[in-house]
Design a binder for this molecule. Structure first.
Ligand SMILES: Cc1ncc(COP(=O)(O)O)c(C=O)c1O
Length: 459
């Protein structure tokens, strides 16, 4: 019998949640049901998803920034289809494949000065792990510094550089020599660097968990201190790179010249796992130059031609469609609309972001009755108020958003970079409506809280 993917999907579409409950992650599947995200999506195009009943959803998760170009981009699709139809000699392994060379060339053109040596991997964590390994080998030093609230992935190495306890709990012991410093505290950073044993200081120029943005002087000064004490400075751009913040790299906002940049997520236009570490040739040489060490770090699927082809297409789309400029422009409009909401809703205590990487932070209301509801919700589970907003945005407006980290009241918006005025208007209008409801104890937003509190307490 011929294999038909379309037929298989049509026959078994309704089993997707039961299959996950049975074989993959029952708790995750249950959570989708509890928060009302258990949809059966049939199609994705641009900034939208459609479920099997034909309802349209605005996707502000964008696959956690994998889908900066929007879903099903025709140019990337065509590149992949062409790639398959050409029967390219993929993954020969003992050759130097063309497409990896071409993508490396394109990436280097977009880097700060001096970053000209490229290593391809498969995931964000994979790239960060590689950068930290390279930094240790190049400096012959053991330690790694990272920031509070940092997120660099969940492999054992990157988990050791995670700035929050929630992800680390239960997985220790973690890597020795990894130490956390506080964002914006240059004095303690210098105190650690001065010890002379720090291989790398790794930062996300804008943090994914909570959308924390450092003060303007912090990153340039941190970079200067790293240079002074011989520590390599790593900018993890896995989430904020590729145009999300209105620049190709977020570190451009501060004119940084790091020793390493890591990229992943939307590098392949949303189709194929891929990531990359870009560093200085002088650093790369210290690891790979001896001929017998030329493969001392590698990964089987790195440089695979599907990822490379998609990456070349994605970079062309970003340029041709001016997606970086659009992210900057739409981000400004969205922030303006959100600042206006902040004036009207006391529960918004902060709105922050650059380009289309935006966080909205909430705090307890002043009105006594509302405050009681807030306290009950937060006592059951920290961050539950924002979870209620996420649920209401989905239920009433068919908009996908997320709580921006474990136990925080921060709503995170990560739209694809293709959004226009219409989507900006939809987001602001929907948030306005949901916040107006949340301002009433008997509003529909709070009506969702009972079930969530029950589940939180049961845990
Ligand atoms: C800044 C940053 N680094 C690394 C990672 C890890 O990427 P992956 O999930 O592909 O391993 C993430 C994922 O969200 C990230 O945001």
């Amino acid at each position: 019998m011929a294999f038909s993917l379309a037929q298989l999907i049509a026959q078994r579409q309704h089993e997707q949640y039961p299959l996950h409950e049975r074989y993959i992650n029952p708790s995750f599947a249950r959570v989708q049901g509890i928060i009302g995200f258990d949809k059966i999506y049939a199609r994705g195009q641009g900034a939208y998803l459609w479920d099997i009943e034909g309802n349209r959803y605005l996707d502000l998760l964008a696959g956690y920034s994998v889908l900066n170009l929007g879903r099903s981009h025709p140019t990337v699709k065509q590149a992949l289809q062409e790639m398959l139809s050409l029967d390219r000699p993929n993954l020969v392994k003992m050759d130097c494949p063309l497409l990896a060379g071409l993508l490396a060339e394109e990436l280097v053109k977009r880097m700060p000065p001096g970053l000209d040596a490229v290593f391809f991997a498969n995931s964000g964590a994979d790239a960060v792990d590689a950068a930290l390994k390279f930094a240790r080998a190049a400096t012959k030093r053991p330690r790694v510094l990272y920031l509070d609230h940092a997120f660099h992935g969940l492999t054992l190495g990157t988990l050791s550089a995670n700035g929050g306890a929630a992800f680390q709990e239960g997985f220790g012991p973690l890597m020795p020599g990894f130490d956390m410093v506080s964002m914006n505290d240059l004095q303690s950073l210098e105190g650690e660097l001065r010890k002379g044993d720090v291989a790398a200081f790794i930062v996300e120029p804008i943090q994914g968990k909570g959308v924390h943005i450092p003060t303007d002087d912090y990153l340039p000064e941190a970079q200067r201190l790293c240079r002074k004490y011989g520590t390599l400075f790593v900018c993890d751009e896995v989430q904020v790179g590729m145009g999300r913040t209105g620049r190709f790299l977020a570190c451009e906002h501060w004119g940084l010249e790091p020793d390493f940049v890591t990229l992943s997520k939307s590098l392949s236009g949303g189709y194929v796992p891929v990531s990359v570490v870009i560093t200085r040739r002088s650093i790369h040489d210290r690891i790979f130059k001896p001929l017998d060490r030329c493969q001392v770090h590698s990964t089987t699927f790195g440089q695979n031609e599907l990822a490379m082809a998609a990456g070349l297409a994605a970079l062309q789309v970003i340029e041709e469609e001016k997606l970086i400029e659009n992210a900057a422009m739409m981000g400004e409009k969205l922030l303006k609309g959100l600042f206006a909401l902040k004036e009207r809703y006391e529960q918004i205590i902060d709105v922050r972001g650059k380009g289309l990487m935006i966080g909205i932070e909430f705090g307890p209301p002043r009105s006594l009755r509302l405050k009681a509801a807030w306290i009950a919700a937060e006592a059951a589970q920290k961050g539950l108020f924002t979870q209620l907003l996420v649920m209401a945005l989905m239920r009433d407006h068919r908009i996908l958003t997320q709580v921006g980290g474990p136990s925080v009241n921060i709503l995170k918006l990560l739209p694809p970079l293709i959004i226009g005025d219409e989507e900006v208007e939809m987001i602001v209008t929907a948030l306005d409506a949901v916040l107006a409801e949340a301002a009433q104890v008997r509003g529909r937003v709070w009506s969702l809280s009972g079930q969530l509190i029950k589940h939180a307490l049961a845990r």
